[in-house]
Design a protein around this ligand. Sequence first.
Ligand SMILES: [Zn+2]
Length: 381
Amino acid sequence: MVLVAGQDYPNTYREFVAMFPDNPACAAYLMHLRWPDGFICPTCKTRSTPWNESRGRIACPACRHQTSITGNIPQEIQYLNNLTQLYLNDNKLTGNIPSGIGSLIHLTDIYLCGNQLTGSIPNEIGNLENLKLLYLGWNLLSEDIPDTIRYLTKLERLNLGGNKLTGDVLWIVDLTNLTYLILERNQLTGNIPSGIGGLKNLEILTFAYNKLIGAIPYQIGNIPNLRELHLSSNQLSGNIPSSIGELSKLRVLKLYENRLTGAIPSEIGQLTNLLFIDIDSNQLTGRVPDQTINLTKLYDNQNNFCGNYLFTDNQIVRDFLNLKQIGGDWESCQIEPCIGDLEGNDNDVDGADLSVLANDPSLIELEILAANFGRTDCMNY
Ligand SMILES: [Zn+2]
């Protein structure tokens, strides 16, 4: 029998159950669509019975090339009214996520991650009020994350990472059942809402590699089960909130490449389960709190305190940080203040208005000032 995609398809629920009683039947159907006369390896062209590999892939016994389903997700998917789980991850699917997916109101799990899907996340996704798991990460999705996503209040795991998504993240505050929230490596903007403190079940939170601005909300300390916090490579400013000390289960804290200022709060010493910390390339100042030595579970030679304006006069703290710092010697990779830092924030230039320098043609004066602060270049500015 030769099947035609989008045509040879069940018309009723009875036909559907008959045609697709289980996962192997679904896979066989797709195989038959692509290779109606039996599997032919797309690489070596050998005709054979392929091996079944992990994650739904098949492999050619002759050359071991692995292959998977390709093509689009058809709009006709909307007719699978009783579908509860959709697993099409790690294939080579292209095209858009069809808006018809919003008709599948019984869906609890959507795994479409690891494909090459483009376009926006359809607004209709907000209709799927039974959804507990939505994995669309590592595709090529773009445009604003639809505001309707805030209606998915049963969501427990959300992964939209590794796309080109834009818009803000204010909608997260309505998703109070989330345990995993992965939004890293997109182009998200705006603030982290203070309402994030209401996500009491959150265990993993990653906003890394976006364009978020503003402060880390104090309410972050209200998330008792948080184990990993990844906020690196954004444009976050303000202090590290002292409430971070409340995160007693925290194991990973990555804040590198932001614009954080002020001192490291002494409450950091309460994070006694911490395994990794990376605060590299911020504008943190002052004395490293002595309580840092309480972080005894930190892996040796794996953490990063570089790229700030930190110091210590406590030899025990110095030895501890050298032990934990990647490559040792955390002090030598601190940056010394340069002129650019004097404007506006944490330095001791009481009342001095250095903005006039920007208009001053006298480079000599600039050099003198820079020399006074022990630095002649300001690479970060
Ligand atoms: Zn082959």
